[in-house]
Design a protein around this ligand. Sequence first.
Ligand code: PBG
Length: 311
Amino acid sequence: MRALVRETAPLLAEDLIMPYFVVETREKGFMREIPSMPGQFQLGLDALEKRVDSTPGLTTVLLFGLPADKDEKASGAYAEDGIIQQAVRRLKALRPDLLVITDVCLCEYMSHGHCGILTPEGIVLNDATLPLIAQTALSHARAGADMVAPSDMMDGRIAAIRASLDANAFTQTPILSYAVKYASAFYGPFREAAESAPACGDRKSYQMDPGNAREALIEARADIAEGADALIVKPGGPYADVLCRVRRIVDVPLCAYQVSGEYAMLRAAGLKGWIDERAVMLESLLCLKRAGADMIITYYAEELLREKLTR
Ligand code: PBG
């Protein structure tokens, strides 16, 4: 009876997107646990293949790259043999049916750790950054990415990426836009994982103010107008109200990102025995679906699938 009247369906395997941090290294089998995210790893290419191969039911991954070298123009982000480009080729060869989404951003590739080009005074140049973002997305598509997910939050990037994909015969490659991305302290562990913390300043000039919810609607509408095919709201749980509001005004698929800090908190309390981690984790994901998410990026995806906690 309860199932009959339930408003939100339990998690499906295909709702889940697993993020991976891929490291450019010569070390065979490289795998390093991320201290602030127990159970999550920085992975070399062969370790990545192994993890994907040993997770039955995994349908979709999101890739972040850690290049061997960084510079002031993020060359590694759009290099033909960059770490993400290599990872995409390897995964698509290994599992052609796997949906490979790439995070399109420059922060992991910039020596200063910002998501765009920086002036000597430390100001991020929005418009000068757009061609690099578009070039990065195109190089991911060329490597075989099924979908690109720009997370830089520069204004106008969706239009720039769409134009560059279309001009190069990638009219069929969709854009999953991080349309609503807050300047959040919940990203702390990620910056350790991706080695992408800004060397100076913060991301408040391009990411959103946590106090603003109506602004999220402006961002969402703008990205759809520029050609986004699906939108991400991020972080997830603490911004479920924003997700719910965005859901009411857009018809494209919506994705919630349960970010590194959310994972770290649940895992830490779980390891301490202070909460029933599995129950809280399942509830937190169900809540994101209830708030309006069609799909969820979560560091728990692998575990959920391995332990057959989805339908
Ligand atoms: C890159 C990016 C970040 C996250 C996803 N893409 C970090 C940031 O903006 O500082 C955060 C994801 C997480 O915390 O799990 N710009």
